[in-house]
Design a protein around this ligand. Structure first.
Ligand code: MRU
Length: 376
C-alpha cells in the first residue's frame, strides 16, 4: 500500500544486497517511518519478539526470511543442519500465539530438506540450500500478499450488499487491533475488503478500536487507513457495544492470529467482547484470514497458547513528545498488572470467515470444504 504516495510492502530483500532483509520498523509509527536492515537470525528474532514487526501474516513472512538468513549463517558454520535447527528453534520461541510463525519455519525446513541437494555439506550444496531458502522466503511473502488481495475480493460483496441496502450511505465497519497491510506483506486481512470497497468508490467508514495496551488500532490502523484516504474514527476499546446498540455498526471485520480448523478464533485481547456485543445486537461478525493462519492440528480453541506480556505495557502509556517516544506511568507503581495478549472467540459467535478461497461458515465442515487438502 502507499506511504506518502509511494508503494511499500512491509518486508523485502535489500535491492543492492540480497543478504540483507529490510522491514518497516513499526515501533515508531505513526510518528516516524523507519526502515530497519536485518542481516542475522538474532536480529530477526529480536525484531519479531520486540514487535518491530508484528501481526500474524508479517510474523510468518519475517520468519521465512529469518530462515533464509539462517542458511547464510549455516553455510559459514561447521554444521549446516545443526545451525539451521537451532535458528528454527530460536525463531519459533519468539512469540507463541500467531500460528504463521511455526508454519513458515516448517515450510522452509521442508523445502530445504526436499531440495535436490548433495548431502556432502560442500560449498555447492550450501549454495543450493541458500537459493532454495531465498526462493521460499520470497514465495511465502508473495503468497501472503496475493492471499490478502483475494480476501479483499471475496469480502467486497459483503460490503456491497450492505451499501445497496443503505442506498449509498456509508457502510460502517468496526475493526479491532491492526489486521491491516502492516500486519501482512500488503493489503491486510480485515482491511482488504475495506480497501477493495474504497478503491471501487463505495462509501466506507471504519470505527477503529484503539486496542490497549499497545494501541495497534490508534497507532497503526488509523495511520494506514489515513495514508490510503479511508474515512475512519478512533474509539476507546469499550465504545463498540454502545455504537452497536445505536445501529452505528453495520459489520465487524477482525483478523486472527490462529484459528482452529473447527472455527475458534484467537485474536488480540478484547475481540471476544466485541463478538459478544455483535451477537447481542445482530451485527455480522466476520474474521478475515489467509489459510496460513489456520491451525490444522487443533480442534479446540481453548488449547491455543495465549501470549502473556510484561506488566509495563498495562501500567504505562507511551506517546510522542518533542520528536521522541516517551513513556509515562498511569497505574500505581506498586499495583500488579496482568497482560494477556489474545483471547479466543468461540465459533458460535462468528458469522463467517473470509479466506483467499471464499467466505465460509466458522465450522469444521465448511472450512474443510474450502480446504479439502487439510481434511484428516
Ligand atoms: O500482538 P500483535 O500486534 O502481533 O497482534 C496481532 C494483531 O495485530 C491482531 O491480533 C490482529 O488482529 C491479527 S494478526 C493479522
Amino acid at each position: 500500500m502507499k506511504v506518502g504516495g509511494q508503494h511499500f510492502r512491509t518486508i523485502w530483500l535489500k535491492p543492492e544486497d540480497d543478504r540483507v532483509v529490510q522491514l518497516i520498523d513499526q515501533r515508531f509509527l505513526p510518528h516516524r517511518f523507519a526502515i530497519e536492515d536485518v542481516s542475522t537470525v538474532e536480529q530477526m528474532a529480536t525484531a519479531i519478539r520486540d514487535m518491530h514487526v508484528r501481526g500474524a501474516g508479517l510474523i510468518g513472512a519475517s520468519a521465512g526470511y529469518g530462515m533464509y538468513l539462517a542458511t547464510l549463517e549455516a553455510a559459514q558454520s561447521g554444521s549446516f543442519n545443526r545451525h539451521l535447527a537451532s535458528a528454527a528453534a530460536q525463531l519459533n520461541a519468539t512469540r507463541p500465539t500467531a500460528v504463521n510463525l511455526a508454519w513458515a519455519i516448517e515450510r522452509q525446513l521442508k523445502s530445504i530438506a526436499e531440495g535436490k541437494i548433495a548431502q556432502d555439506n560442500s560449498e555447492n550444496s550450501s549454495r543450493a540450500r541458500i537459493d532454495i531458502a531465498r526462493q521460499t522466503a520470497r514465495q511465502i511473502a508473495a503468497e501472503n500478499e496475493e492471499h490478502c488481495r483475494m480476501i479483499g475480493e471475496h469480502g467486497l460483496p459483503l460490503l456491497q450488499e450492505i451499501a445497496r441496502k443503505k442506498n449509498g450511505k456509508p457502510v460502517n465497519v468496526l475493526t479491532h487491533c491492526n489486521a491491516g497491510w502492516l500486519a501482512f506483506v500488503d493489503h491486510g486481512s480485515a482491511t482488504a475488503p475495506i480497501y477493495a470497497a474504497h478503491d471501487r468508490g463505495l462509501s466506507v467508514h471504519v470505527w477503529i478500536d484503539e486496542t490497549r495496551p499497545r494501541n495497534q488500532g490508534s497507532k497503526l490502523t488509523a495511520w494506514e487507513l489515513g495514508q490510503h484516504g479511508v474515512p475512519h474514527t478512533v474509539i476507546a476499546d469499550n465504545t463498540g457495544g454502545h455504537l452497536m446498540q445505536r445501529g452505528d455498526v453495520d459489520l465487524v471485520i477482525v483478523g486472527t492470529d490462529r484459528t482452529t480448523y473447527t472455527g475458534d478464533v484467537a485474536n488480540k485481547i478484547g475481540t471476544y467482547l466485541k463478538a459478544l456485543a455483535a451477537y447481542d445486537n445482530q451485527v455480522p461478525f466476520y474474521v478475515a484470514l489467509p489459510s496460513s493462519s489456520f491451525d490444522w492440528t487443533l480442534r479446540d480453541g481453548s488449547k491455543i497458547p495465549i501470549e502473556e506480556r510484561g506488566a509495563g505495557e498495562i501500567k504505562n502509556a507511551d506517546g510522542w513528545l518533542d520528536g521522541r517516544q516517551v513513556e509515562v506511568r498511569v497505574a500505581p507503581e506498586q499495583s500488579p498488572a496482568a497482560n494477556y495478549g489474545f483471547d479466543v472467540t468461540p465459533r458460535r459467535l462468528v458469522t463467517g470467515l473470509i479466506t483467499e478461497r471464499g467466505v465460509c461458515k466458522a465450522d469444521e465442515k465448511s472450512i474443510l470444504a474450502l480446504f479439502p487438502e487439510h481434511a484428516p
